[in-house]
Design a protein around this ligand. Structure first.
Ligand code: ADP
Length: 326
């Protein structure tokens, strides 16, 4: 394996709070260890259009507290073609970049894996997604902040729900994963969470009504993961109005505000540890791994595992939620 001198860094796919803290950590840990660093703007798109600049320690000053990503993020169809990746590789070489750190979700790490295998370039992934849905890591960068944002919003909705004695379906993000909905529901004392992982197994709404849901309550809140599998908050509310017209049902869709905001301490620390670990991994000759965290220890997860496997939810949390909502 050729010696690594210059490390490129990019953020890709859906943005997540804490990406900036990760960019800062990768940049500073790399420079500390004698590497040069290049920032690549707009994810894989910037690799193709040569939006690549030198990064010094000052480039990442005063960003640890900022939401979003200073490198911007984008989706790039061309990178999914062999010709696109060939161009990306040529641009990397022309900038002298010989290793890549990719911060993003499932799709971005899939791209990194394919690219790394095609061109034998060392790639390290950092799990940057609010959905917490990457296998092999207990937490992803951005998840804790999004969860806290959901908690603040639901607390506010609870005030109006109680005043009007209403039932609210609140939709949160999580196309394939119910981590935000489930833990958000526990954190806010919601009555239930409707999540994709079990939507095909049981009729969660039917079960809820059958269990005597809302017997002694003057307001109820149900968190719904936005997935097509759950039917979303709108779909469930329509069904409720049809089947149980006695309920005064309202819907609130939290949408993109879940992606924004200053990262929590937990996300800043996670991103900082993972960013520094990405450089450790390269120095230890690790190739094509995602940095994960397990039982508060940094672990290296082969891309193949992180991407291919579905991360299971802890089903005991559903039971806890049910017990606590009586
Ligand atoms: P996320 O990383 O948040 O899951 P996407 O799924 O949109 O976001 O992926 C981000 C980008 O990663 C895509 O726009 C594309 O450039 C790249 N990518 C995703 N899947 C592949 C793939 N199979 N092959 C090559 N590149 C991919």
């Amino acid at each position: 394996m050729a010696e690594i001198k210059c490390i490129g860094i990019l953020t890709s796919g859906g943005d997540a709070p804490g990406m900036n803290a990760a960019i800062r950590a990768v940049t500073r840990a790399a420079i500390y260890n004698g590497f040069s660093v290049k920032g690549i703007y707009r994810g894989y798109k910037g690799l193709l259009t040569n939006e690549i600049v030198d990064f010094k320690t000052q480039n990442v000053s005063n960003i640890i507290q900022a939401g979003g990503t200073i490198l911007k993020t984008a989706r790039c169809k061309e990178f999914q073609t062999p010709e696109g990746r060939q161009q990306a590789y040529a641009n990397l070489k022309s900038h002298g970049i010989d290793a890549l750190v990719v911060i993003g979700g499932d799709g971005s790490l899939t791209g990194a894996r394919i690219f790394a295998n095609e061109f034998n370039i060392p790639c390290i992934g950092l799990p940057g997604t609010i959905d917490n849905d990457l296998f092999g890591t207990d937490r992803t960068i951005g998840y804790d902040t999004a969860l806290n944002t959901i908690m603040e919003c639901v607390d506010k909705i609870r005030d109006t729900a109680t005043s009007h004695e209403r039932l609210f379906f609140i939709e949160v993000m999580g196309r394939d994963a119910g981590f935000l909905a489930l833990n958000g529901a526990i954190a806010t004392g919601s009555e239930a969470a409707i999540i994709p992982e079990i939507s095909t197994e049981v009729d969660q709404l039917g079960q809820l009504i059958q269990n005597g849901f809302r017997k002694s309550k003057n307001s109820s809140i149900v968190l719904v993961a936005e997935s097509p599998v759950t039917g979303g908050a709108m779909g469930l509310a329509e069904r409720m109005r049809r089947e149980f017209p006695e309920y005064d049902v309202r819907v609130s869709i939290l949408g993109h505000l879940q992606r924004g905001g200053s990262p929590t301490a937990a996300d800043r620390i996670l991103a900082s540890r993972m960013g520094a670990a990405a450089i450790d991994a390269l120095m230890e000759d690790q190739r094509n791994v995602m940095i994960g965290i397990k039982n508060d220890q940094i672990v290296y997860v082969p891309f193949s595992k992180a991407i291919k496997n579905d991360k299971p939810i802890d089903r005991t949390l559903l039971e806890t939620l049910r017990i606590l909502s009586i």
